[in-house]
Design a protein around this ligand. Structure first.
Ligand code: 2HA
Ligand code: ZN
Length: 267
């Protein structure tokens, strides 16, 4: 991979983070992003591993894979200001991450590294084009998780019924996890388990994890789910006169040749 390409990925990650911050989803240092880079690390010869980071699980399935990741404690709005400090490029080696670039001044990978790497492993098994995992705190989805059933079939169906694009771009729905303490391997393993069937996983009363074939794909899925959650919250307390019926959802699915999550439509 050319040096310029790596710089492009760094710019695209920083732009994605800045957008999330602008949406109001990444207060303080909320959120974290990682991307599988299409390289094997030999592009960084001058920086033979000087530091490494211990993982709380065995990531051997990803051995040799190289990831661009956000640093723990970093603010999304500031990533572009000093990417060499706030971002890092790491290579997986069993229970360790070798630092190839970045994290200058003592930085380290995001506290949610377990959820990221475990989710990458699962999504890569299901989709070879997968590359990005994004975590952020979208306000309406978090608010919805406080007032709606956390049954993921019910949660997904409510989202689908808000606007056409929700089914079109999230046909496999939204996985839901109950509230769990964040930043450790338990929530990481639970998130990855959900990623077997979903590209988007909601952490109740916390935020969202989304997988995608690039930054726009992952961010786009969050935007769609968040828009539907906003519509739900704006209307849930009002007498509903119409939403999208199951028959109409099926019609849309057939028209757009979508493979909709099995058993989620009542038709
Ligand atoms: O990086 O969002 O879940 C801060 C968080 C932890
Ligand atoms: Zn979070």
């Amino acid at each position: 991979m050319l040096k310029g390409e790596i710089i492009d990925y760094i710019r695209a990650l920083a732009r994605t983070a800045r957008l999330m911050s602008g949406y109001g989803w990444s207060e303080r240092n909320a959120g974290n992003i990682s991307m599988l880079l299409p390289c094997n690390g030999t592009e960084f010869p001058a920086s033979a591993p000087k530091r490494s980071f211990r993982l709380s699980f065995d990531a051997s399935e990803l051995n040799g894979r190289v990831f661009l990741v956000t640093g723990t404690g970093e603010y999304f709005r500031n990533l572009a200001l000093s990417p060499k400090e706030k971002l890092g490029i790491v290579r997986v080696k069993g229970t360790e991450l070798e630092l190839l670039w970045g994290f200058q001044n003592g930085g380290a990978p995001t506290s949610e590294i377990s959820a990221h790497l475990r989710s990458h492993a699962v999504r890569l098994r299901e989709n070879p084009a997968h590359s990005v995992i994004c975590h952020t705190h979208p306000t309406n989805l978090i608010a919805m998780s406080a007032v709606h059933s956390l049954d993921e079939r019910e949660f997904t169906r409510t989202l689908w019924k808000q606007c056409s694009e929700c089914l079109m771009f999230l046909p496999d729905g939204v996985g839901v996890l109950p509230w769990l303490p964040c930043g450790d391997d338990r929530i990481g393993a639970a998130t990855a388990e959900k990623m077997r069937g979903f590209r988007v996983v909601l952490w109740a009363n916390h935020g969202i994890f989304a997988a995608g074939n690039g930054f726009d794909d992952a961010l786009g899925s969050i935007e769609i789910a968040e828009k539907a959650a906003e519509l739900y919250l704006k209307t849930a307390h009002l007498p509903i006169r119409q939403n999208i019926s199951d028959v109409q959802l099926l019609e849309l699915a057939r028209l757009c040749k979508l493979s909709v999550k099995e058993g989620y439509l009542n038709v």
